[in-house]
Design a protein around this ligand. Sequence first.
Ligand SMILES: [Zn+2]
Length: 100
Amino acid sequence: MAKRIKPDLRWAAQTALDVQNAINLSGVLHTLDQIVTDVLWPEARKLGKGTEFVNTHCIVTLFLHKLMTLNASECFCSSCVGNFTRASAEVADIAKGVPS
Ligand SMILES: [Zn+2]
């Protein structure tokens, strides 16, 4: 992980996209931990939000999907696929710097 880069939301979003090619579960999990602690919680506090904002953030959705995939337990029902597609689009916008 590029630890010298200041971890901001755009970096976290790009990382969530990049990690979709990862094969190492522990690396993905460690990066998610880092992003939740160093990016999403500071962002939540900045916006006056809390646990739900962090738990349901689209960046977290992408990481969890990747973990499920690595574990071969991802779900292909239309609700889960739709959820992942929506989260991917949101994360791509954040990575590009599109204001939400
Ligand atoms: Zn499902």
